[in-house]
Structures are given as C-alpha cells and as structure tokens.
Design a protein around this ligand. Structure first.
Ligand code: SF4
Ligand code: F3S
Length: 108
C-alpha cells in the first residue's frame, strides 16, 4: 500500500506534508504534489499535516477520487523531489474548499 495525494491539493499545494516525510517521497508538479508509491513507507505522518486533508491511505481514497492513485504513481516518476515546504500557491484560499479540481491539474 501507499499514501495518495488527492483532489484537495490541486491549485493549493500547501506543502506542509513534505517536511515530515522521512523518506522524501513527495514529488512536485506545477500545482499538485504526488507521492511515489514505491518510496512511501506508510508511516502516516503526512496525513495530519495537510490543511485540506488531501492525503489518504490508498485503500481509503474516496470512490470518486480513485483516479488519483494512478496519477500519483505516474506523475511522481516525472516530477522532481520536494523535501522542504514553501509558500502555497497564491490563490490557494480561493481553491481550498472546491472539489472536482482534476481538470485543473497541470502536468507540466
Ligand atoms: Fe511520506 Fe509517510 Fe506520507 Fe508515505 S505516509 S508519503 S512515507 S510521510
Ligand atoms: Fe498538497 Fe496538502 Fe501537501 S495541499 S502539498 S497534500 S499539505
């Protein structure tokens, strides 16, 4: 199993999660982070850090967000590692409460 970043992260990217990951398995895209399922050790530490509760255990990802399991696996292999938090995206507050943000996920 692994942990998975889901819809709530899109266009917010708070990055609080990366500071606690003991194995640096977060990878950064333009407006979303992805966890490499081959690197994640299921420590659970990142879950509580996300202000918008975007991170789930793979088995607990909500049904309508299952697509993010494959997206984390795929995008984490393409994007660079991020291991230190930074400022969230400028319009994060406008997007934090929104759902169905998949069409806004930028791959590059
Ligand atoms: Fe990193 Fe642990 Fe979160 Fe996996 S569960 S991404 S190892 S902090
Ligand atoms: Fe995204 Fe939450 Fe981390 S918004 S960058 S999963 S703290």
């Amino acid at each position: 199993m692994a942990y998975v970043v889901t819809d709530a992260c899109v266009r917010c990217k708070y990055t609080d999660c990366v500071d606690v990951c003991p194995v640096d398995c977060f990878h950064e895209g333009p407006n979303f982070l992805a966890i490499d399922p081959d690197e994640c050790i299921d420590c659970t530490l990142c879950v509580a850090e996300c202000p918008v509760s975007a991170i789930f255990a793979e088995d607990d990802v909500p049904a309508e967000q299952k697509v993010y399991i494959q997206l984390n696996a795929e995008l984490s292999k393409q994007w660079p590692t991020i291991s230190q938090s930074k400022a969230p995206l400028p319009d994060h507050a406008d997007w934090a409460e929104q759902s169905g943000k998949l069409p806004h996920l930028q791959r590059e």
